[in-house]
Write a new protein. Structure first.
Length: 79
């Protein structure tokens, strides 16, 4: 899989999962201990999320890291 395509999938999934959970970028950025503009750049694909940050979000959202690589756009909702 091409790297740019993979980064686009991850960026899209960051946005989709956050919106599904009804969280703001500021709230998710706080989990990663970064500022909202930095997180916005990750969601928009302008910068790449690190493996450590992806693991932090997977734990926060109670998802596997693999979920962020999912192209189907389907996520289970968690209470």
């Amino acid at each position: 899989m091409e790297r740019n395509h993979l980064n686009a999938i991850i960026s899209r999934n960051l946005l989709l999962v956050r919106r599904q959970r009804r969280l703001s970028q500021t709230e998710v950025a706080a989990v990663l201990r970064i500022k909202q503009p930095s997180y916005n750049r990750m969601e928009s694909g302008k910068t790449h999320i690190s493996a450590d940050q992806l693991a932090m979000l997977a734990e926060f959202y109670d998802l596997s890291v693999a979920a962020f690589f999912n192209e189907s756009r389907k996520y289970e909702r968690y209470a």
